[in-house]
Design a protein around this ligand. Structure first.
Ligand code: GLV
Ligand code: MN
Ligand code: MN
Length: 413
């Protein structure tokens, strides 16, 4: 029995709830890359893939790959994926929706005994958020053939290298290069994701087709001042690293406001060894800059560097900005987007296009393998929060469109 899209959506949301409970934080969802909860999620998702008739393996970056073979060895492969890592105290839908929905599409096609003229791989990436290490997208970049081995030397806050974390996870980084998919043998990469913004809800639409994913830079500013006794050092003799950091934060916000469609965020501000009675001797700030224009993003980073140096000089501290992650904007493939629009129309939904302000695994395939993304409306545009929500009705729309997409792709391939 295959059942309706509504039954499929109910299965998807039940599985999303099950996955939401797989967390390293008993009070909410925290599933950072290569953590114990990521391992449990890998096991659960592998089981669901196997039940859907897929052959599973864990790749050398910690991605679960579920493969359904094509009719013969020369058949090309369609990739469908998203991620199963989360931010700290995140929501149920960011990432897992795309993975669980893809598994459901293949489960249903398998139950119907549908043969496809190509192979399909469902990819459950484990490093999209980039919260644990200063680098990200290692799984999707490995599949795209753009993995940078320097990411293996990046370290988390506890000093553990990605190389060691991968090895402890049961992965062998020596084989990462072999994950690169051959563009000549790959039909494309599709990803379903919640919008994480308010546009679809404002328009009263359940789904949208993504036009492009904004480029992003991430980095860290380390400020070094002079620590001292908070009771004895007169104000005019201080070199307070946290005060300089606060001023840098406001300068970064100001730069973000000065470019159209660009956003700049300090999401973390640490005062190492901070105490109530100590003038801060050091501060660390994360920096995240995104834009649809790679040129504007480069100009904004330059402006941030200049402003932060001026603040440092004025306060007699040092400030270093190191960029740890840099992804150019990724346009979606016009032909794959059109296929989405035709599937929308056949399923009775209004085709609507919008850009993605959030980053996605899809962007790793830029310039290598054509990408397309389907966005699903989320309540209040809320994401990266426990109250992130997409309704079963909207998930059913996405399931119907994706099923139609894959079957139609098969008919025309
Ligand atoms: C991931 O959600 C990102 O856009 O940072
Ligand atoms: Mn995501
Ligand atoms: Mn996210």
């Amino acid at each position: 029995m295959n059942g309706s899209a509504a039954e499929g959506a109910a299965r998807i949301s039940a599985r999303l709830r099950e996955l939401y409970a797989v967390s390293d934080d008993p009070g909410g969802l925290t599933r950072l890359t290569l953590s114990p909860s990521h391992k449990r999620a890998v096991d659960l998702v592998s089981r669901w893939m196997q039940e859907a008739g897929l052959a599973t393996r864990l790749d050398p970056t910690g991605t679960v790959v579920g493969r359904r073979e094509g009719p013969n060895a020369s058949a090309k492969t369609l990739l469908i994926g998203s991620h199963i890592d989360s931010v700290r105290n995140g929501g149920m839908f960011d990432g897992p929706l795309g993975v669980v929905l893809a598994i459901e599409v293949l489960r249903r096609l398998g139950n119907l005994g549908r043969k496809l003229p190509f192979a399909v791989e469902v990819l459950a990436f484990g490093d999209e958020e980039g919260v644990r290490f200063p680098t990200a997208l290692t799984g999707s970049r490995a599949a795209a053939g753009t993995f940078d081995p320097a990411a293996l030397d990046s370290r988390d806050a506890a000093g553990v290298s990605r190389r060691d974390a991968l090895t402890a996870f049961g992965c062998d980084p020596a084989w990462i290069a072999a994950e690169a998919r051959d563009p000549a043998r790959t039909l494309g990469y599709l990803e379903v994701h919640i919008e994480q913004g308010p546009v679809l809800e404002t328009r009263g639409l359940p789904l949208g087709v993504v036009t492009a994913i904004n480029g992003a830079s991430r980095g860290e500013i380390v400020i070094k001042g002079v620590a001292g006794h908070s009771g004895t050092i007169p104000m005019h003799m201080r070199h307070d690293a946290a005060a300089a950091g606060a001023q840098a934060l406001l300068a970064i916000e100001d730069v973000g406001r000065s470019f159209e469609d660009l956003v700049a965020t300090v999401g973390r501000f640490d005062i190492p060894n901070g105490a109530v009675n100590v003038v801060p001797g050091a501060a660390r700030l994360s920096v995240d800059v995104r834009s649809p224009s790679d040129r504007d993003r480069a100009l904004a980073l330059k402006a941030i560097r200049t402003r932060v140096q001026a603040i440092a000089q004025q306060r007699g501290v040092t400030a270093d900005l190191a960029i740890t992650y840099d992804m150019p904007a990724a346009p979606c493939d016009p032909a794959l987007m059109q296929r989405f629009e035709r599937a929308f129309a056949r399923q009775g939904y209004e085709p609507f296009r919008l850009p993605s302000g959030a980053g996605h695994d899809a962007m790793a395939f830029r310039g290598r393998i054509p990408i397309a993304m389907l966005f699903v409306r989320c309540r209040g545009g809320v994401s990266h929060r426990p109250d992130e929500f997409a309704s079963d009705a909207d998930i059913a729309c996405a399931l119907a469109v994706m099923e139609d997409y894959v079957e139609t792709f098969a008919a025309r391939a």
